[in-house]
Ligand binder design. Structure first.
Ligand code: 8Y7
Length: 273
């Protein structure tokens, strides 16, 4: 199986817990922005069965402001160091900045999760030098404006074309294909209709049989459909994660780890049986 020796066996679905260390992150209201609170939250997610902890210091919600390199480093590096020191888990760094990637890997990060798919200056080279797996996510536009007027000929085909191009760019720069994960990027430059079309045809999102990560947890596509605010989207999040796993996602990126791990175990039993 992919990653088995160096990383994690992805033949069963895995759960990535979200740890936002942004003061303005949309769904935890910035409750966990101090180091101790971040570690407490991470420990709880690991007790609940998370396989990865994704540490992010830049809010990418629609309309969010850009964060400086220094602010991002100050937010994420101490947390990554402590997680690496205290816990046996794969620490993922959610960043698009080359310097943050380099410093995060030095601090112990074992995965780079980039919503910009390594398109920022120096990012591919930093990731290749870091020699850790990368997650390449599809996004149309930039976070500040991506929801203004997303447009596609065919959302699934366009996402696959984009991810194929990014995978090739990574391989050209020396990233091994067994260190690449793809992600269709729910909510990133996509209308309500695009998001559900993508979910409905998720099994078509495939590039060189690479593993796929999906993040739908608490996203607006669920809230818009159900008219529920962000803390009332648990059932919807688990349902969407379950659909994603059945359609091929092998990592789900979630806020509600305990419930998601239960769902992942049911799917694992089903796939095994
Ligand atoms: C995703 C993500 C976010 C996602 C990957 C949120 C950082 C918005 N969403 N990374 N990041 N995939 N790989 O709602 O869908 O968590 S931020």
């Amino acid at each position: 199986m992919l990653f088995k020796q160096t990383f994690l066996d992805l033949s069963v679905p895995r759960v990535m817990g979200i740890l936002n260390v942004t003061p303005d992150s949309f769904s935890d209201g910035g409750h966990y922005n101090s180091l101790d609170q971040a570690l407490y939250q991470a420990e709880k997610m690991l007790q609940d069965g998370a396989d990865f902890i994704d540490v992010g210091g830049e809010s990418t919600r629609p309309g969010a402001k850009n964060v400086s390199e220094q602010d991002e480093l100050d937010r994420v590096i101490p947390v990554i160091e402590k997680l690496h020191e205290h816990f046996d888990t794969v620490v993922s760094v959610d960043t698009s900045k080359a310097v943050v990637m380099t410093e995060a890997v030095k601090a112990g990060a074992g995965l780079i999760n980039d919503v910009r798919a390594l398109r920022e200056p120096g990012a591919i080279k930093a990731a290749a030098a870091g020699n850790v797996p990368v997650c390449l996510m599809h996004m149309q536009g930039q976070p500040r404006t991506m929801q203004h007027s997303p447009s596609y000929v065919d959302v699934c085909a366009d996402v696959v074309d984009f991810l194929s191009e990014r995978v090739e760019a990574c391989i050209t720069e020396g990233i091994k294909s067994d260190q690449i994960i793809i992600d269709p990027g729910f909510g990133f430059g996509k209308s309500q209709q695009h998001n559900f079309q993508l979910l409905g045809e998720l099994e078509k999102i495939s590039v060189q049989s690479l593993p796929m990560l999906v993040g739908i947890s608490r996203k607006s596509m669920l809230g818009n459909l159900l008219n529920r605010d962000v803390y009332e989207r648990l059932a919807a999040s688990i349902t969407a994660a379950t659909i994603s796993m059945l359609k091929g996602a092998c990592i789900i990126r979630v806020h509600d780890v305990k419930e998601s791990v239960d769902a992942a175990k049911i799917v694992a039993a089903l796939l095994k049986g």
